[in-house]
Design a protein around this ligand. Structure first.
Ligand code: PEP
Ligand code: MN
Length: 337
């Protein structure tokens, strides 16, 4: 159950409601955004308490959800969420292309890729400064220096930028440098990270964990939302199956299904799903056909020398050719790129 409050509700009225809930042993979490306060309840209210709460002046609506995720559900919000990031709408009519290197390796590398991305209708320049690597001996990312380079290149080219945040201790720094935060697959159920990123004012891309069910993925979105961040962009990036020919198995049914279950925008990362570049155009087109609102694609100017994920990186000219094809596909679906 969710209780939505009138916009003008003051702290005293909210405290009274919380007292009432607590006195009846109803655990709850208050989610406050710039425009809305919603109280998520641990359990359904008994009839008499429900009636009492419905009579409170501050209460706008009591919503019953049949799913464990509430704020992320269509029951809470029927219309789809469109996230406006400095004029770029994610989840709207336009399909948003996010592309760039797996990791930021140097100023020259990112500058060279960014120059090319601008020509391919890329709205968001991706790049990680903090890298979650399977081996402790692999390149771990440039850290703060990488964030500074990312911001510098953004100023030169004007694209939005996004990057991964792996650690609660880095959240403030990352939020200061980029437009969109990203929670990687490995951290999808790092609940302390989710709670803290929930307090951020900037949008967050939430990747699906490699072994996460759709419900678990939506529950992680719920964590972010329950803690105040309703600007969540879900990202399908493939799940682990018995198949070894691809790095992960891209689950496109999740895209079609989540579009029904949730009002949140959904994007697809074909690069980490495939782990190889030859099938990225096909997966990208399939993702758009399944209803994705955007794509997150790895591109490198010298894939053979990339510090990570070179095998799955497209060359800038390959991304350009793909973006032309996607433009036609988007148009045929009544959308644009
Ligand atoms: C990434 O996008 O840089 C990444 C590490 O992907 P994932 O978290 O999906 O493995
Ligand atoms: Mn990568």
């Amino acid at each position: 159950m969710l209780i939505t409050l009138h916009q003008k509700t003051g702290p005293k009225e909210l405290a009274l409601l919380q007292c009432l809930l607590s006195s009846h042993g109803v655990g709850h979490c208050v989610s406050t955004t710039a425009t809305q306060t919603v109280v998520g309840l641990e359990s359904a209210l008994e009839k008499s308490l429900l009636e009492e709460i419905q009579c409170l002046a501050c209460v706008e609506r009591v919503i019953t959800t049949t799913t464990p995720y509430k704020l992320a559900s269509r029951a809470f919000k029927k219309e789809k969420t469109v996230i406006n990031v400095n004029g770029v709408e994610i989840g709207g009519q336009r399909i948003i292309l996010m592309a760039g290197p797996c990791a930021i390796e140097s100023r020259e590398q990112l500058r060279s890729i960014a120059q090319e991305m601008k020509k391919s209708k890329v709205g968001v320049l991706r790049g990680s400064a903090y890298k979650p690597r399977t081996s402790p001996y692999s390149f771990q990312g440039m850290g703060e220096e990488g964030l500074k380079i990312h911001q510098e290149i953004q100023k030169e080219h004007g694209m939005l930028i996004e990057t991964e945040v792996m650690d609660v201790r880095d959240i403030e720094l990352v939020e200061d440098h980029v437009d969109i935060l990203r929670i990687g697959a490995r951290n999808m159920q790092n609940f302390n990270l989710l709670k803290e990123v929930g307090k951020c004012k900037k949008p967050v891309i939430l990747k699906r964990g490699i072994s996460a069910t759709i419900e678990e993925w939506l529950m992680s979105a719920e964590y972010l939302m329950a803690h105040g961040n309703h600007q969540v962009i879900l990202c399908e990036r493939g799940i682990r199956t018995f198949e070894t020919a691809t790095r992960s198995t891209l689950d496109l049914s999740s895209v079609a299904l989540v579009k029904h279950l949730s009002h949140l925008p959904v994007i697809v990362d074909p690069s980490h799903a495939a782990g190889r570049k030859d099938i990225i155009p096909a997966l990208s087109k399939a993702a758009i056909a399944a209803g994705a609102d955007g794509l997150l694609i790895e591109v490198h100017n010298q894939p053979a020398h990339a510090k990570c994920d070179g095998k799955q990186a497209l060359l800038p000219e390959e991304l350009h050719a793909l973006s032309c094809e996607l433009e036609d596909l988007a148009r045929s679906m009544g959308r644009s790129l």
